[in-house]
Ligand binder design. Sequence first.
Ligand SMILES: [Zn+2]
Ligand SMILES: [Zn+2]
Length: 272
Amino acid sequence: MTPVEESPRATGRGALRRSLAEAMGAVVDVIFPPACGACRSLLPNSALLCTDCERAADLLAPPLCPCCGLPLATATAPAAGGDALAPAPCPDCAGAGQTRAFDAARALYVYGGPIETAIARLKFGRVPQIAIAAGDLLARALEMGTLAPLGAACDAVVPIPVGRARLADRGFDQAVLMARQIGRRLDRPLLPRLLQRVHETRPQAMLDRDQRSDNVRGAFAATGSLARGKRLLVVDDILTTGSTADAAAAALKRAGASRIEVVTLARAVLTC
Ligand SMILES: [Zn+2]
Ligand SMILES: [Zn+2]
């Protein structure tokens, strides 16, 4: 199948689709008034979290691994010959034989607390509005430079697709909803079908670090020429070991992408 590009620009059909989406959004707001993604308290706008949950959520703060965005101990030595103030990459990004296919990954929050609740409600409580609010929040963070070195300077936005079985069960793909919202706000095209899962994988949450890597190796393919020479912003809800993002980035680089940045709502900080 040839990947199809969703352009945000105001072509006739695009503008009509946008107006319809906005009108549908207004109807949805009346039927399902905006509520906090974690505690469900009603909100005056479509924010991800209420003020109390936002205060309880843990924002990721430097020093971070310059590659995967993992929070590092402040004592981490700088890379040899590198900037004395720049932290060295974490062992997953720069250990023996380790490289990442993505150029940089950043998340807004540490996975846990209200963010963990919101992601669970999004996926298992089937509340797609949480993905839309998360996409809005990430787009704002990208515009403001909060997720540097990630910014708004990408050529297109690419969601990491969920497997077919999970899509059938859930009824929507949370990464597509988040990526579409980011593309709209940044005025960048969405490439929703560029990345394909070529085989089903087991849920990563059930696996340890090595199993996660084996589980997703070769799981993705990118077909067609849309990726060629492009700087792509890859979107997912959560990054844990980075294995899934790495496998997705490898497929996009094989298809000719020049740079892959990965943005997620949350970053799990594993202790094992
Ligand atoms: Zn709340
Ligand atoms: Zn790292």
